[in-house]
Design a protein around this ligand. Structure first.
Ligand code: AMP
Length: 158
């Protein structure tokens, strides 16, 4: 009998308060398999403000990008990921912040680093038919490697 092991883990981190089990599971599996762990946080592109109307001429209306908003959000996420990385002892090279559509970017990075296991949270807050959260469901559909969906407690509605 062969023992299945994983050597390249990718944990999808959203910094939500209830996301700690994803980090905890990733850390345990890393120790168990002596694997390398990469932490990934994805930022969706900042959309233009709702009242943004392209002028069609001149094109000099400032976009969120011009205002550096997206870069500011990336910087904040990098700092948050650094704090987490330091806490877990994950090397800076394995702390990734990317901008793009979340599930697609998780797939892309999994490919890029040749991950053999993606660790992701699953809220189950989308009702019976949507057993996995939307991100987990999309990643499960498309990623080439194994996926561990960690069941998360939904925040109690206020
Ligand atoms: P959700 O689609 O909100 O149910 O999220 C489920 C899981 O997807 C989270 O627990 C994370 O593991 C992952 N995830 C969601 N959003 C992000 C994000 N922006 N960056 C990285 N991982 C994410």
């Amino acid at each position: 009998m062969t023992t299945e092991t994983y050597s390249r883990l990718l944990a999808a981190v959203d910094f939500e308060p209830n996301g700690e089990p994803v980090i905890d599971r990733a850390q345990r599996l890393r120790a168990l398999f002596g694997a390398r762990l990469t932490l990934l946080h994805v930022l969706e592109h900042v959309p233009p403000a709702p009242d943004y109307m392209p002028l069609g001429f001149g094109g000099d209306l400032p976009t969120p990008d011009d205002l550096g908003l997206e870069q500011e959000l990336v910087d904040i996420a990098c700092r948050q990921l650094d704090v987490l990385g330091e806490r877990l002892g994950v090397a800076p090279v394995d702390r990734l912040v990317r901008v793009g559509p979340t599930s697609h970017t998780i797939d892309e990075v999994a490919d890029e680093i040749a991950a053999d296991l993606v660790i992701i949270g699953s809220h189950g807050r989308h009702g019976f038919l949507g057993l996995f959260g939307s991100t987990a469901k999309a990643v499960l559909r498309s990623v080439k490697c194994d996926v561990l969906c960690v069941k998360l407690q939904d925040a109690t509605p206020t």
